[in-house]
Ligand binder design. Structure first.
Ligand SMILES: NC(=O)c1ccc[n+]([C@@H]2O[C@H](COP(=O)([O-])OP(=O)(O)OC[C@H]3O[C@@H](n4cnc5c(N)ncnc54)[C@H](OP(=O)(O)O)[C@@H]3O)[C@@H](O)[C@H]2O)c1
Length: 249
């Protein structure tokens, strides 16, 4: 039996990495899938890969006037939303002394403000009983040099999931976060680092993770499926940590 038969699902940042793997799994499990991202070309390629009638909509989560239009369009095409995955995010790392206001604003506007308003603007378009999942990170509770601002935005969304759960309990809308550890995706290469630096960072991450490797996107998508489906119906305001032990050691 498919776990998301006819469920209307939206995955922000669904044209790459974790979001794309999640969208593919949701579609394979019977969901009607919409993905968003800023890049039309990668959205088109991702939609072709997902199949099952998925659609892609260009939207920048840090630009609030973009967000409502996505939900209006989804509702028009598929109906009200059952599962919202607030996943769009960037990893901007630099030593504290070198971290610019622009880097800070980008990190905060996409990972924190973007997440907050992705949920707020969705409220009129969500079915009662919907599941909202926000992508946090295993670094949210850890010290990681060069990633203080990033980690803080992820701690912020973990907090949001608790607060939102309290606010939305009367509509039986569950809000949880999923906290991945270091996962093999293009995110590290979008940071202005050279290929060599990216490889070095990944090797370091693998080394400090008890699993001794990076996770893969399919392992994380399984967690998003759990949180989307009724299997997790007793989980509210929680944090599903899938991190190869990264945050525990
Ligand atoms: N990979 C890891 O090790 C790891 C670990 C913990 C948490 N995470 C989190 O997992 C999420 C997905 O990351 P990923 O690793 O899969 O990276 P990724 O492959 O770089 O994917 C990031 C996604 O976010 C979208 N995005 C970025 N800024 C956006 C914006 N302003 N508006 C709309 N979409 C935006 C990107 O699409 P466009 O470029 O087209 O906008 C892309 O689809 C992020 O929240 C990240 O912080 C990742």
């Amino acid at each position: 039996m498919k776990k998301l038969e006819n469920k209307v699902t939206v995955v922000t940042g669904g044209n790459s990495g974790i979001g794309l793997a999640t969208a593919k799994l949701y579609a394979a499990q019977g969901a009607k899938v919409t993905i968003t991202g800023r890049n039309q070309t990668t959205l088109d390629a991702a939609v072709a890969e997902i199949g099952h009638g998925a659609i892609g909509l260009v939207s920048d989560v840090s630009d609030l006037k973009n967000i409502t239009g996505v939900y209006e369009k989804v509702t028009e095409i598929f109906g009200k939303i059952d599962v919202l995955v607030v996943n769009a995010g960037v990893f901007v790392a630099a030593p504290l002394a070198d971290y610019t206001e622009e880097m800070f604003d980008q990190t905060s506007d996409i990972n924190f403000k973007g997440a907050f308003f992705s949920v707020q603007k969705a409220l009129p378009f969500l079915n009662d009983g919907a599941s909202i999942i926000i992508t946090s990170s295993a670094v949210s509770g850890k010290a990681m040099a060069t990633a203080s601002a990033y980690a803080a935005t992820k701690a912020a969304v973990t907090s949001l999931a608790r607060g939102f759960s309290a606010e939305l309990a009367d509509r039986k809308i569950r809000v949880n976060v999923l906290s991945p550890g270091p996962i093999e995706t293009p995110i590290f290469g979008r940071n202005g680092m050279t290929a060599e630096e990216v490889d070095g960072m990944k090797a370091y991450m693998a080394d400090i993770t008890p699993a001794k490797r990076l996770g893969n996107v399919e392992e994380i998508a399984e967690g998003f499926l759990y949180l989307a489906s009724d299997d997790s119906k007793y989980m509210i305001g929680g944090d599903l940590v899938l991190d190869g032990g990264f945050s525990r050691f």
